[in-house]
Ligand binder design. Structure first.
Ligand code: SF4
Length: 147
């Protein structure tokens, strides 16, 4: 179970919000990892979704998982991890993940870099500030918006 908090969630959007967890990368990762560590398959995962307004309420949404789903998640994850390794080690350039540029939380903070400034590092200096990796503690990138 993973606790998620939303400030507000209208009643008629609740079921849609819960169903978004039916196939959720993070939850599948938890299920796979727990299965690996404990040596027994995880059969159910799910969010405990807490809504803060108009009054605090919570709901647990169980999601059944099976070995096939977890195995497919792991195969997909291994491909992604290999890509990440290849980029980190300089064997490859990062690939734009265009399907994550806009989400229900809004635009990715690097929208301007990818969609306006053509990922040109010189142009990006007009909007972003480069930081040394050691100075950057908020995430995996060394570039932050200047504003
Ligand atoms: S805008 Fe964000 S999510 Fe989209 S390709 Fe650029 S870095 Fe990736």
């Amino acid at each position: 179970m993973d606790t998620k908090v939303r400030f507000k969630l209208d009643a008629h959007f609740r079921q849609k919000a819960l169903s978004e967890f039916d196939v959720d990368w993070q939850l599948l990762h938890y299920a796979w990892e727990v299965g690996e560590v404990l040596g027994e398959p995880v059969k159910v995962v799910g969010p405990h979704l807490i809504t803060l307004t108009p009054k605090v309420s919570g709901v647990y949404h169980p999601v059944m998982v099976n070995p096939f789903t977890l195995s497919e998640w792991h195969r997909q994850a291994e491909k992604l991890w290999l890509d990440m390794y290849r980029v980190a080690e300089g064997y490859d350039l990062p690939t734009a993940n265009l399907f994550s540029c806009t989400t229900k939380f809004g635009r990715c903070e690097f929208w301007d870099a990818c969609h306006v400034l053509d990922r040109d590092e010189e142009k990006m200096g007009t909007v972003y500030q480069r930081k040394r990796l050691q100075e950057y503690k908020g995430g995996s990138s060394a570039i932050q918006r200047a504003d």
